[in-house]
Design a protein around this ligand. Structure first.
Ligand SMILES: Nc1nc2c(ncn2[C@@H]2O[C@H](COP(=O)(O)OP(=O)(O)OP(=O)(O)O)[C@@H](O)[C@H]2O)c(=O)[nH]1
Ligand SMILES: [Mg+2]
Ligand SMILES: [Zn+2]
Length: 325
């Protein structure tokens, strides 16, 4: 009779989870019935919480079966999580926002964009940063790929503000190999997740970092049609130098999960630095006198684009809360 093993969920694909055990064996698993029952009992609660029971990065206990598959017996509590809200909004009782776990237990988030093709959207990056700060991910990095396509000065105008507020930006090109060694160093020894829009070259960069991976990349040299994703499943890969990195499907949009309007400023770190100096403790940083945030924007200490992004996101979250009330 097989006994329980401890492992890591490295892949998730339509109800099946690939688990790598601590001794290096790999099993394709399903959630055990008992867990499913528990899950069902938890479903009413999950209806309120609306989250994924198991995701890549989860530590699990599995029980091998005679047919070489295994059952997931237990999903261990998560240390941290990178999540988004999936957009399934309905009306009235059918409102169905839910938490989609991008990865559990990552200690590093790498947000990948392209210098061009597709044109980077800093508002998407702001959202990803909010999600990572909310999830307690200690290391957040930005990678700007396809630097072969645009003069560096133009690219830096978009990304330099992030470097300035403490999110290191790495300029790279999977085509020329620029920045690939630095990226490899960055990933080694960590559990990282690659996230960003489709077609920016996440998979191409991973192939460059570790050629043995040989992952499938888009044949189209630039993302033309929205909704065409080359990578369709999230998967964690073991790095030769130690650690893991997850390749994930490109995101079209990222909804903010479980952040209240008043909470948002805490996840815009350079804004959070100033709120204590506002005259009113409940300052909305919109029109109140003595607002230290607006003063910092005027003085150029907070980038105007980030301030606008913050206001826009807060408005969106407020509207969502109103819809749900
Ligand atoms: N010019 C240039 N093209 C690149 C670079 N990196 C990737 N590409 C091209 O961009 C296209 C998309 O690359 P992928 O690696 O599939 O992009 P992805 O981010 O993994 O996309 P999804 O899996 O859909 O999320 C491919 O045709 C690559 O050849 C780069 O540094 N420079
Ligand atoms: Mg890909
Ligand atoms: Zn203020």
């Amino acid at each position: 009779l097989s006994s329980a093993l401890q492992g890591l969920v490295v892949k998730q694909q339509s109800g099946f989870f690939t688990v790598e055990t601590d001794s290096g064996a790999v099993y394709v698993c399903q959630l055990r019935g008992r867990l499913k029952d528990e899950a069902n009992r938890r479903l009413r609660k999950a209806e309120e919480e609306r989250t994924d029971l198991c995701a890549i990065g989860d530590r699990v206990t599995i029980i091998p079966q005679p047919d070489d598959t295994a059952l997931i017996d237990e999903v261990h509590p998560r240390e941290r999580v990178l999540s988004r809200a999936s957009h399934q909004f309905g009306r009235g009782d059918n409102v169905q926002g839910r938490e989609q776990v991008i990865i559990a237990n990552a200690d590093q988030a790498v947000f990948v964009f392209a210098a061009s093709h597709p044109t980077p959207n800093p508002r998407t990056l702001d959202r990803l940063i909010v999600a990572a700060e909310k999830g307690g991910i200690p290391r957040i990095h930005v990678v700007c790929n396809k630097c072969d396509l645009l003069p560096r000065a133009e690219t830096e105008m978009v990304f330099q503000p992030y470097d300035a507020i403490g999110y290191p930006v790495l300029y790279a090109s999977a085509v020329t190999g620029d920045g690939v060694a630095a990226l490899r160093d960055l990933l080694t020894g960590h559990v990282s997740v690659f996230t960003g829009p489709s077609g920016v070259g996440k998979t191409s960069l991973l192939n460059a970092v570790q050629p043995g991976l040989g992952l499938r990349v888009s044949q189209v040299s630039h993302a033309t049609t929205k909704g065409r994703h080359t990578t369709v499943h999230s998967e964690l890969f073991k790095l030769e130098g130690g650690g893991y990195v997850a390749d994930t499907p490109g995101i079209r949009s990222i909804g903010i999960w479980d952040v209240e309007p008043d909470e948002l400023e805490a996840y815009f770190v350079e804004i959070a630095d100033h709120v204590a100096d506002c005259k009113f403790p409940d300052c909305s940083h919109l029109h109140e006198p003595g607002c230290a945030v607006r003063a910092a924007v005027k003085a150029g200490d907070i980038a105007l684009a980030r301030y606008k992004s913050f206001l826009r996101l807060r408005k969106e979250i407020e509207d969502t809360y109103e819809d749900w009330a």
